[in-house]
Structures are given as structure tokens and as C-alpha cells.
Design a protein around this ligand. Structure first.
Ligand SMILES: [Zn+2]
Length: 159
């Protein structure tokens, strides 16, 4: 999958579980989740799709390390964001490994095992369509829906 899908798919999937009392906070939460979703590729950029097979950032060990580091922001921002949000951020990183596993495979058990987990279940020709669907969904949830809700709440109620 492309970085666009890695970022937007978990941000859209997490939308129902995010705080929506402030649009700025909603965008911040979605942004952090999107960043976590694309982080394995940002930490270990590669030019070939095959290179991700051996990337350490695409392993369960890297996910565990990333999740452990989330304790720091979870403690720092405990009054603003609940612990469940940081669990979602952790799952967003894990979703990257899963999505790469179903779109080619990753050696996610390294350094214990170098077995390739997954395979090309989502062929490359569908990736662009996945990106388009993710873009439309994310725009609808993070831009269009808040505006629609605001307009609805601003109108006088009919009796
Ligand atoms: Zn990747």
C-alpha cells in the first residue's frame, strides 16, 4: 500500500472513537494517528517495494518499541487525550505492518524468524483505488461532516 493509504485508512477507521468537541482537537488526533500509520515507512524509507520485507520498522518488535514510547505522550497529555487514544495510535502503527503483509508480505517476526508473513493479496493495480477511497473517506469525515454538523446545529429546530 502507499503512504497515503497507510496514513488515511487508520485515521478514518479511528474517527468514531475520537473526541469531537473541538474540530482542532479532532484534526490533531487524526493527524497523530495518520503519522503513526505512515511512520514505519518514514523511519526506514525505501525505494523498492521488496525492501520493506527486511525493514526493521516493519516488525512486531518495532511496533512493541513504538508502543512503549507512547507512554510518554500518554502521560504528558493525560488531561486532554484518554489512554484509549494512545492505544489507537499504537494500532495505527500495527495497521501499517498488517497492510504491507496483505499487499506483498513482510518479515514482521524478525529478528526471531525471517519467514515472510502475508502475500500479494491486494494486487498493485488496486492501490490507487484504495488511495482514492481513503482520500474521499478522510475528507468526508474530517472536513465535510464537521461542517455539516455545524450547519445542522446552527439551524432552529422545527416543531
Ligand atoms: Zn511499509
Amino acid at each position: 500500500m502507499t503512504p497515503v493509504f497507510h496514513a488515511l485508512a487508520p485515521a478514518s477507521a479511528a474517527y468514531p472513537f475520537l473526541r469531537k468537541d473541538s474540530h482542532r482537537l479532532l484534526l490533531l488526533q487524526g493527524g497523530v494517528i495518520a503519522l503513526a500509520g505512515v511512520l514505519p515507512d518514514l523511519l526506514d524509507p525505501h525505494t523498492t517495494l521488496q525492501a520493506r520485507h527486511v525493514s526493521f520498522t516493519h516488525t512486531l518488535a518495532a511496533w512493541a518499541g513504538f508502543s512503549a514510547l507512547l507512554i510518554l505522550p500518554a502521560w504528558k497529555f493525560a488531561k486532554t487525550l484518554p489512554p484509549s487514544f494512545w492505544c489507537i495510535v499504537s494500532l495505527s502503527y500495527l495497521s501499517h505492518i498488517f497492510l504491507d503483509a496483505i499487499s506483498g508480505g513482510v518479515q514482521c517476526l524478525r529478528p526471531i524468524s525471517s519467514v515472510l508473513v502475508g502475500g500479494p493479496y491486494v494486487p498493485f493495480r488496486y492501490w490507487l483505488w484504495c488511495d482514492v477511497a481513503a482520500l474521499v473517506t478522510a475528507y468526508t469525515l474530517y472536513r465535510w461532516l464537521p461542517v455539516f454538523r455545524k450547519r445542522l446545529s446552527g439551524k432552529p429546530q422545527l416543531r
